[in-house]
Design a protein around this ligand. Sequence first.
Ligand code: PLP
Length: 458
Amino acid sequence: MKTIIEPFRIKTVEPIRLSSVEERRALLRDACYNPFLLKSDDVIIDLLTDSGTSAMSAAQWSVLMAGDESYAGSPSYSRFKAAVQELMPFKHIIPTHQGRAAENILFSLIGGAGKFIPSNTHFDTTRSNVEASGATACDLVIEEGQDPACTHPFKGNMDVARLGRFLQEHEGHVPCVMTTITNNAGGGQPVSLENIAATAELAHRFNLPFFIDGCRFAENAYFIKLREAGYADRSVVDIVREMFSHADGMTMSAKKDAFANIGGWLALEDDTLAERARTRLIQIEGFPTYGGLAGRDLEAIAQGLTEIVDEDYLAYRLRTCEYIVERLIEQGVPVVLPAGGHAVFVDARAWLPHISPLQYPGQAVVAGLYELGGIRACEIGTVMFGRKTDGSEEAAPMDLVRLAMPRRVYTQSHADYIVEVFDELNQVKERLSGFRIYDEPPTLRHFTSKFERLAKAH
Ligand SMILES: *Cc1c(COP(=O)(O)O)cnc(C)c1O
């Protein structure tokens, strides 16, 4: 069959309240044109993030009841640990309340002033935790990964030659090498197994541990199955095990590829480092058999991990973004290629050339999507990155809009609706106007800034 259906049926539903364009114009104006300030009840399709927004399965809801809330030695921890080790056979599995807590623990132990930590691209919380330790976070993704129109199959790959020069230059000051799969900040683009192996080999030649930020490991594994020579007939579980066989540990957010609404972990091979990590865990998260989580959360993650590697799910999952990207290309809407695993990225600067970067073309698209269709998306451009630490403002390298797809939440007709809203917006795009920020916090301004719409373009 050509139609890839959602490989699930629906037992529990959450109603979506439909609203009118007029109503949404007023709601967005009241939210000062910042979608983070909208109430989620007023959103029809919420594509702000794929983090913690997954729909849990009937099996996950049922194991919640089996959660054992003992402070120490809970059987829920044993089930969680076994489920992780089934896919990622690391010796030490340390639960945390989110991925960023795992990062915080890791970099508070191995980071520090004067150190350099290379990755293909650090995710923003990873970068922030590296920097909070005093170390410098460096992104060494391949050149193709920075070109939105390039269709390289593994745009998340590390530039291994550059990494080699980097490790030589900073020898003695690099505590580890990291790779993020899929490369979230780079558009959800995958990393090949060949690249993972080459990166690990290089790290090990310099006697350094190699860590994987594995938040979207299952999506990455399915991309490998689809695109990398020699993997078409291998199972996703096999590919996952091979990916992690090269690593000495991992950080993970269970809010992504574990179908959980909260949770994460730090996994390590090294006994001494694990001992220190557990001590730190007790200080900031909790006892090593629950981390920052309830026993029931550990159960939901354990069950979620058995579901995320289902290949029918992954085929449907990756097809969703690809389907929307194909329709947008037909409409002439510029998008980042190829489609990533968890999100669609629209190139707002290219789409709305009449709005200059400092008038935030991405924000104009975000506002248009909400007013016209009640879709909530996220600007990733000059609003997010334009304010420099010295207080000046300059255009970000790109003005993108991200439509992140929650897992198992929306259906084909929702995807068609998203495409239709873009089509409508495309008809009136010349009339969209830019914005001015009239109130902003000192840092991370995209979350709380207040905007004013500029006079309409002519
Ligand atoms: C979400 C994410 C994190 C952080 O995880 P949280 O659970 O949100 O703290 C780290 N790395 C990547 C690649 C992510 O997508």
